[in-house]
Design a protein around this ligand. Structure first.
Ligand code: IPE
Ligand code: IPE
Ligand code: MG
Length: 268
Protein backbone atom coordinates (compact mmCIF):
# COMPACT_ATOMS: atom_id res chain seq x y z
CA UNK A 1 0.00 0.00 0.00
CA UNK A 2 1.71 3.23 -1.08
CA UNK A 3 2.22 5.93 1.52
CA UNK A 4 0.53 9.04 0.21
CA UNK A 5 0.39 11.47 3.11
CA UNK A 6 -0.24 15.00 1.88
CA UNK A 7 1.84 17.45 3.86
CA UNK A 8 -0.23 20.27 2.40
CA UNK A 9 -2.85 19.31 4.97
CA UNK A 10 -1.01 17.92 7.94
CA UNK A 11 1.65 19.37 10.19
CA UNK A 12 4.49 16.81 10.06
CA UNK A 13 4.81 14.90 13.31
CA UNK A 14 8.46 14.10 13.05
CA UNK A 15 9.74 17.32 14.54
CA UNK A 16 12.57 19.38 13.26
CA UNK A 17 14.70 16.88 11.40
CA UNK A 18 13.25 16.78 7.89
CA UNK A 19 11.92 13.32 7.10
CA UNK A 20 12.43 13.81 3.40
CA UNK A 21 15.06 16.00 1.70
CA UNK A 22 14.97 16.57 -2.06
CA UNK A 23 18.05 18.04 -3.75
CA UNK A 24 18.81 19.54 -7.14
CA UNK A 25 22.52 18.78 -7.36
CA UNK A 26 23.62 21.67 -9.55
CA UNK A 27 26.98 23.28 -10.32
CA UNK A 28 29.18 20.35 -11.34
CA UNK A 29 30.18 21.96 -14.64
CA UNK A 30 31.10 25.29 -13.05
CA UNK A 31 33.06 23.52 -10.30
CA UNK A 32 35.20 21.87 -12.99
CA UNK A 33 35.49 25.02 -15.12
CA UNK A 34 36.85 26.97 -12.14
CA UNK A 35 39.65 24.38 -11.98
CA UNK A 36 40.29 24.42 -15.74
CA UNK A 37 39.01 20.87 -15.95
CA UNK A 38 36.44 19.42 -18.37
CA UNK A 39 32.82 19.65 -17.17
CA UNK A 40 32.63 15.89 -16.80
CA UNK A 41 35.30 16.00 -14.07
CA UNK A 42 32.72 17.90 -12.03
CA UNK A 43 30.16 15.13 -12.52
CA UNK A 44 32.69 12.55 -11.35
CA UNK A 45 33.51 14.59 -8.27
CA UNK A 46 29.78 15.08 -7.68
CA UNK A 47 29.33 11.34 -7.12
CA UNK A 48 31.59 11.57 -4.07
CA UNK A 49 29.37 14.33 -2.71
CA UNK A 50 26.38 12.02 -3.17
CA UNK A 51 28.07 9.44 -0.93
CA UNK A 52 28.77 12.08 1.72
CA UNK A 53 25.20 13.39 1.58
CA UNK A 54 23.68 9.91 1.96
CA UNK A 55 25.81 9.18 5.02
CA UNK A 56 25.08 12.56 6.60
CA UNK A 57 21.34 12.12 6.08
CA UNK A 58 21.34 8.60 7.53
CA UNK A 59 23.34 9.81 10.57
CA UNK A 60 20.88 12.62 11.22
CA UNK A 61 17.79 10.44 11.05
CA UNK A 62 16.48 11.70 7.72
CA UNK A 63 14.40 8.89 6.21
CA UNK A 64 14.16 9.80 2.53
CA UNK A 65 16.66 11.49 0.22
CA UNK A 66 15.64 12.25 -3.36
CA UNK A 67 18.36 13.43 -5.74
CA UNK A 68 17.85 15.00 -9.16
CA UNK A 69 20.56 13.36 -11.27
CA UNK A 70 19.37 13.90 -14.83
CA UNK A 71 16.38 15.90 -15.99
CA UNK A 72 14.20 15.23 -19.02
CA UNK A 73 15.71 18.43 -20.43
CA UNK A 74 19.34 17.33 -19.92
CA UNK A 75 19.26 15.35 -23.23
CA UNK A 76 19.73 18.78 -24.81
CA UNK A 77 23.36 18.84 -23.64
CA UNK A 78 26.29 18.04 -25.96
CA UNK A 79 26.23 14.36 -26.97
CA UNK A 80 29.60 13.56 -25.39
CA UNK A 81 28.49 14.95 -22.01
CA UNK A 82 25.26 12.91 -22.15
CA UNK A 83 27.24 9.78 -23.06
CA UNK A 84 29.62 10.39 -20.16
CA UNK A 85 26.74 10.84 -17.72
CA UNK A 86 25.13 7.57 -18.88
CA UNK A 87 28.42 5.71 -18.48
CA UNK A 88 28.93 7.25 -15.05
CA UNK A 89 25.42 6.15 -14.09
CA UNK A 90 26.21 2.56 -15.12
CA UNK A 91 29.51 2.57 -13.19
CA UNK A 92 27.87 3.96 -10.07
CA UNK A 93 25.03 1.44 -10.28
CA UNK A 94 27.54 -1.39 -10.64
CA UNK A 95 29.67 -0.27 -7.72
CA UNK A 96 27.27 1.24 -5.24
CA UNK A 97 24.00 -0.68 -5.16
CA UNK A 98 25.43 -3.59 -3.20
CA UNK A 99 26.96 -1.15 -0.70
CA UNK A 100 23.61 0.56 -0.30
CA UNK A 101 22.04 -2.82 0.38
CA UNK A 102 24.69 -3.69 2.98
CA UNK A 103 23.82 -0.45 4.74
CA UNK A 104 20.10 -1.21 4.85
CA UNK A 105 19.24 1.40 2.24
CA UNK A 106 16.35 1.02 -0.17
CA UNK A 107 17.23 2.20 -3.67
CA UNK A 108 14.64 3.62 -6.06
CA UNK A 109 14.76 5.41 -9.39
CA UNK A 110 12.01 7.70 -10.68
CA UNK A 111 11.73 9.03 -14.21
CA UNK A 112 10.94 7.89 -17.73
CA UNK A 113 13.23 4.89 -18.12
CA UNK A 114 12.06 4.14 -21.66
CA UNK A 115 14.81 6.35 -23.09
CA UNK A 116 17.64 4.53 -21.31
CA UNK A 117 19.71 1.65 -22.68
CA UNK A 118 18.30 -1.77 -21.66
CA UNK A 119 21.48 -2.40 -19.67
CA UNK A 120 20.84 0.61 -17.43
CA UNK A 121 17.19 -0.33 -16.94
CA UNK A 122 18.23 -3.85 -15.95
CA UNK A 123 20.73 -2.53 -13.38
CA UNK A 124 18.06 -0.24 -11.96
CA UNK A 125 15.40 -2.95 -11.70
CA UNK A 126 17.86 -5.40 -10.14
CA UNK A 127 18.97 -2.79 -7.61
CA UNK A 128 15.40 -1.91 -6.71
CA UNK A 129 14.50 -5.57 -6.25
CA UNK A 130 17.60 -6.32 -4.18
CA UNK A 131 16.95 -3.44 -1.78
CA UNK A 132 13.15 -3.48 -1.78
CA UNK A 133 12.77 -4.69 1.80
CA UNK A 134 15.24 -2.27 3.39
CA UNK A 135 13.50 0.11 5.72
CA UNK A 136 16.23 2.22 7.34
CA UNK A 137 16.52 4.83 4.62
CA UNK A 138 15.23 5.37 1.07
CA UNK A 139 17.48 6.85 -1.60
CA UNK A 140 15.65 7.91 -4.75
CA UNK A 141 17.49 8.96 -7.88
CA UNK A 142 15.47 11.05 -10.34
CA UNK A 143 16.77 10.13 -13.80
CA UNK A 144 15.21 11.40 -17.02
CA UNK A 145 12.70 12.85 -14.61
CA UNK A 146 10.42 15.82 -15.20
CA UNK A 147 7.69 17.03 -12.86
CA UNK A 148 5.27 17.56 -15.75
CA UNK A 149 6.00 14.09 -17.11
CA UNK A 150 5.23 12.69 -13.65
CA UNK A 151 1.83 14.38 -13.45
CA UNK A 152 0.95 13.26 -16.98
CA UNK A 153 2.02 9.65 -16.48
CA UNK A 154 0.03 9.55 -13.23
CA UNK A 155 -3.13 10.72 -15.04
CA UNK A 156 -2.61 8.22 -17.86
CA UNK A 157 -2.01 5.28 -15.51
CA UNK A 158 -4.97 6.18 -13.32
CA UNK A 159 -7.33 6.36 -16.30
CA UNK A 160 -5.94 3.14 -17.74
CA UNK A 161 -6.75 1.32 -14.52
CA UNK A 162 -9.91 3.27 -13.68
CA UNK A 163 -11.53 4.62 -16.87
CA UNK A 164 -14.63 5.47 -14.85
CA UNK A 165 -12.64 8.24 -13.12
CA UNK A 166 -12.42 10.21 -16.39
CA UNK A 167 -15.67 11.97 -15.52
CA UNK A 168 -14.55 13.01 -12.07
CA UNK A 169 -11.53 12.31 -9.87
CA UNK A 170 -9.95 13.78 -6.78
CA UNK A 171 -6.40 14.46 -5.55
CA UNK A 172 -6.38 11.27 -3.54
CA UNK A 173 -7.26 9.20 -6.63
CA UNK A 174 -4.31 10.63 -8.55
CA UNK A 175 -1.70 10.76 -5.79
CA UNK A 176 -1.12 7.01 -5.67
CA UNK A 177 0.08 7.07 -9.29
CA UNK A 178 2.90 9.57 -8.80
CA UNK A 179 6.39 8.08 -9.05
CA UNK A 180 7.13 9.06 -5.43
CA UNK A 181 3.97 7.44 -4.07
CA UNK A 182 6.01 5.55 -1.45
CA UNK A 183 7.39 8.68 0.23
CA UNK A 184 5.94 11.57 2.19
CA UNK A 185 6.21 14.92 0.41
CA UNK A 186 9.66 16.53 0.83
CA UNK A 187 10.03 18.69 3.95
CA UNK A 188 13.19 20.38 2.72
CA UNK A 189 14.24 21.18 -0.85
CA UNK A 190 17.85 22.15 -1.49
CA UNK A 191 19.30 23.51 -4.72
CA UNK A 192 23.03 24.00 -4.93
CA UNK A 193 24.81 26.03 -7.60
CA UNK A 194 23.10 29.40 -7.12
CA UNK A 195 20.12 29.13 -9.50
CA UNK A 196 16.77 29.88 -7.93
CA UNK A 197 14.43 27.69 -9.90
CA UNK A 198 12.76 24.29 -9.74
CA UNK A 199 13.83 23.17 -13.27
CA UNK A 200 10.85 20.81 -13.63
CA UNK A 201 11.73 18.77 -10.52
CA UNK A 202 8.95 17.56 -8.20
CA UNK A 203 6.27 20.05 -9.20
CA UNK A 204 3.36 18.49 -7.36
CA UNK A 205 5.23 17.29 -4.28
CA UNK A 206 7.01 20.60 -3.53
CA UNK A 207 3.74 22.46 -2.96
CA UNK A 208 4.50 23.11 0.75
CA UNK A 209 8.16 22.14 0.97
CA UNK A 210 10.61 24.56 2.61
CA UNK A 211 12.97 25.85 -0.09
CA UNK A 212 16.70 26.39 0.44
CA UNK A 213 19.01 27.78 -2.22
CA UNK A 214 22.77 27.97 -1.83
CA UNK A 215 25.55 29.26 -4.08
CA UNK A 216 27.75 26.32 -3.03
CA UNK A 217 28.48 24.16 -6.07
CA UNK A 218 27.40 20.52 -5.68
CA UNK A 219 30.94 19.02 -5.48
CA UNK A 220 31.65 21.43 -2.58
CA UNK A 221 28.40 20.64 -0.73
CA UNK A 222 29.87 18.91 2.31
CA UNK A 223 28.41 17.82 5.65
CA UNK A 224 28.78 21.31 7.05
CA UNK A 225 26.82 22.75 4.14
CA UNK A 226 24.07 20.17 4.70
CA UNK A 227 23.97 21.10 8.39
CA UNK A 228 23.46 24.75 7.42
CA UNK A 229 20.52 23.77 5.22
CA UNK A 230 18.93 21.74 8.01
CA UNK A 231 19.53 24.55 10.48
CA UNK A 232 17.81 26.96 8.11
CA UNK A 233 14.90 24.51 7.90
CA UNK A 234 14.72 24.39 11.69
CA UNK A 235 14.17 28.16 11.82
CA UNK A 236 11.14 27.97 9.54
CA UNK A 237 7.59 28.00 10.81
CA UNK A 238 5.56 25.57 8.71
CA UNK A 239 2.04 26.91 8.81
CA UNK A 240 0.31 25.09 5.93
CA UNK A 241 -2.18 27.93 5.68
CA UNK A 242 -2.78 28.27 9.42
CA UNK A 243 -1.88 31.32 11.51
CA UNK A 244 1.22 31.50 13.67
CA UNK A 245 -1.00 31.69 16.79
CA UNK A 246 -2.69 28.41 15.93
CA UNK A 247 0.68 26.70 15.90
CA UNK A 248 1.78 28.13 19.26
CA UNK A 249 -0.95 26.26 21.13
CA UNK A 250 0.47 22.95 19.96
CA UNK A 251 2.40 22.06 23.14
CA UNK A 252 5.11 20.06 21.44
CA UNK A 253 6.37 22.64 18.95
CA UNK A 254 8.99 24.29 21.19
CA UNK A 255 9.96 21.01 22.76
CA UNK A 256 10.57 19.55 19.33
CA UNK A 257 12.73 22.56 18.46
CA UNK A 258 14.89 21.98 21.55
CA UNK A 259 15.25 18.27 20.86
CA UNK A 260 16.24 18.99 17.27
CA UNK A 261 18.82 21.59 18.35
CA UNK A 262 20.36 19.07 20.73
CA UNK A 263 20.42 16.38 18.05
CA UNK A 264 22.07 18.69 15.54
CA UNK A 265 24.65 19.88 18.10
CA UNK A 266 26.16 16.40 17.93
CA UNK A 267 27.10 17.00 14.31
CA UNK A 268 28.70 20.46 14.63
C1 IPE B 1 24.34 19.38 -12.41
O1 IPE B 1 25.47 20.12 -12.72
C2 IPE B 1 24.45 17.96 -12.92
C3 IPE B 1 23.54 17.62 -14.02
C4 IPE B 1 22.60 18.38 -14.51
C5 IPE B 1 23.70 16.30 -14.61
P1 IPE B 1 25.56 20.92 -14.07
O2 IPE B 1 26.18 20.03 -15.11
O3 IPE B 1 24.26 21.50 -14.44
O4 IPE B 1 26.59 22.05 -13.69
P2 IPE B 1 26.52 23.58 -14.11
O5 IPE B 1 25.18 24.10 -13.70
O6 IPE B 1 26.72 23.63 -15.60
O7 IPE B 1 27.64 24.21 -13.36
C1 IPE C 1 18.78 20.64 -13.04
O1 IPE C 1 20.01 21.20 -13.35
C2 IPE C 1 18.80 19.18 -13.28
C3 IPE C 1 19.73 18.40 -12.48
C4 IPE C 1 20.50 18.83 -11.52
C5 IPE C 1 19.78 17.00 -12.80
P1 IPE C 1 20.26 21.96 -14.73
O2 IPE C 1 21.61 22.56 -14.65
O3 IPE C 1 19.99 21.06 -15.86
O4 IPE C 1 19.13 23.07 -14.67
P2 IPE C 1 18.89 24.38 -15.56
O5 IPE C 1 18.89 23.95 -16.98
O6 IPE C 1 20.02 25.31 -15.27
O7 IPE C 1 17.59 24.92 -15.09
MG1 MG D 1 23.35 23.27 -14.07
Amino acid sequence: MPLTTSSTREIPETGMIPRHIAIIMDGNGRWAKKRFMPRVAGHKRGVETVRTAIKACVDRGVEYLTLFAFSSENWRRPADEVTFLMQLFITVLEQEVVKLHENGIRFKVIGDLSKFEPKIVEFIRNGETLTANNTRFTLTIAANYGGRWDIMQAVHRMLEQHPELAACFEEKDLMQYFSLNYAPEPDLFIRTGGEKRISNFLLWQLAYTELYFTDTLWPDFDTRALNLAIQSYQQRERRFGRTSEQLQIAPSANELREIATERMAKFQ
